[in-house]
Design a protein around this ligand. Structure first.
Ligand code: F0G
Length: 385
């Protein structure tokens, strides 16, 4: 059968682990790089210098499909019958669509109770994934699915799976392709479990090694303030990759101090509501490779940025807008210069989490109180009218 190479697999020479006949693909990686005048003004860079890499047009509506096609391929190669993940919603939607559309394996997804946007939950249910809600949040769900997978020989599809990160490298390839292989100054990405930022660092280091780019753009990883473990480690505790000599004791002491086992992450950007990012080490390495910076942004900033993205073109889910809010913050701090060329990654589709959007724009009091006010969001366009 002829294989239609997708926006991920047409770069397969850069992650050559699978024979062509094993590739599991559903047309992922058809994304758009938009030069956004509206968001350039909002962020404060010169017109023409702000690009949005929109990943919402992937089959399951988020960037996760770039990696899941690679994980699903590897799962098929090793003959997996069942694949599993824990998720804040997008990974589960992605895994579920690969299972349902290819019938390559069956799927179990673990989600934290009350921690998932309904757009995403509805995908897992519709794609007929066995959906298990566990008491606790994403961090608990991930710990549980790791135990269950190793006990039962289930193929694990979270971003601890290195093949996922290989596929996600293609986001950087498409960004550079869209820019005519002219390297931008900044790549700005939301940070949750830190798989995406890790894969970007790896992609860029490899491209430089291969001589396909002559310099590496700087990476900015943006946490939500209510889930800012990386921000605290990197900026307050100055934890660095340092050629692999990461001071584990420092990290463990910091985790103990923060009491991360009992303290819950809390942000309207539920996709990145994560306290114990599993790819922390890899992300520190990416930050070193890319002379990176880390910031955190408040929910108010995230939703304001999201409304600007929507008004300017695509729209995105809250977590995605952390990249735009982060770019604006870095510009205000003088870290990003007005003449810098900046690419913000919009990780997920606007329709993933309509509740947050409607609560923000409509001023629906019940929704507003439950969704936004308790997280410190007080300003909305509705209120300002
Ligand atoms: N943006 C969206 C829309 C996401 O769904 C996620 C992660 C991120 C950003 C953060 O990416 O984890 O690579 O740093 N969502 C995961 C999930 C955790 O389960 O869907 P990351």
């Amino acid at each position: 059968q002829p294989l239609d190479f997708s926006g991920v697999w047409r770069f397969r020479e850069l992650f050559p682990f699978a024979p062509e006949e094993s590739i599991v693909t559903i047309g992922e990686g058809q994304t758009i790089l938009q030069n956004s005048a509206a968001v350039a003004s909002y962020v404060g860079v010169q017109q023409g210098n702000l690009f949005l890499q929109y990943e919402g047009l992937n089959p399951s509506g988020s960037f996760k499909d770039n990696g899941m096609t690679a994980a699903a391929t590897h799962a098929r190669m090793v003959g997996a019958h069942v694949a599993a993940c824990a998720s804040t919603g997008n990974t589960s939607a992605s895994l579920a669509i690969y299972a349902s559309s290819t019938k390559a394996f069956r799927t179990v997804v673990f989600i934290g109770s009350g921690k998932i946007a309904f757009g995403k939950l509805s995908q897992a249910l519709d794609y007929d994934a066995c959906t298990v809600q566990i008491m606790g949040d994403f961090d608990d769900a991930l710990a549980r699915v790791r135990e269950v997978s190793s006990e039962r020989g289930i193929y694990l599809c979270n971003s601890v799976n290195p093949f996922r990160l290989e596929g996600q490298k293609s986001i950087m390839y498409r960004v550079l392709e869209g820019l005519g292989w002219e390297v931008p100054d900044w790549i700005v990405v939301p940070g949750g479990n830190l798989g995406n930022s890790s894969s970007f660092g790896k992609a860029l280091a490899e491209l430089k090694q291969l001589g396909l780019i002559d310099r590496i753009p700087r990476l900015a990883v943006i946490n939500a303030h209510g889930a800012n473990t990386l921000q605290q480690l990197y900026n307050d505790h100055h934890v660095r990759w340092n050629n692999g000599n990461v001071p584990l004791e420092t990290i463990n002491r910091f985790y103990a101090e923060m009491d991360l086992n009992s303290r819950r992450a809390d942000t309207i950007a539920s996709a990145i509501e994560i306290n114990r990012p599993v790819n922390l080490m890899k992300c520190l390495r990416a930050l070193e490779t890319c002379d990176g910076v880390v910031r955190d942004v408040h929910d108010q900033e995230i939703l304001d940025a999201k409304a600007q993205v929507g008004a300017g073109g695509f729209g995105c889910e809250p977590a995605s807008a952390a990249s735009v809010a982060g770019a604006r913050l870095l510009r205000a701090q003088g870290v990003i210069a007005p003449s810098d060329r900046v690419v913000c990654i919009l990780t997920g589709h606007q329709l993933k989490d309509p509740d947050a959007t409607v609560a923000y724009h409509s001023g629906n009091r019940d929704m507003f109180e439950s969704k936004l006010a308790r997280r410190g969001v007080t300003e909305t366009p509705f209120r300002n009218m």
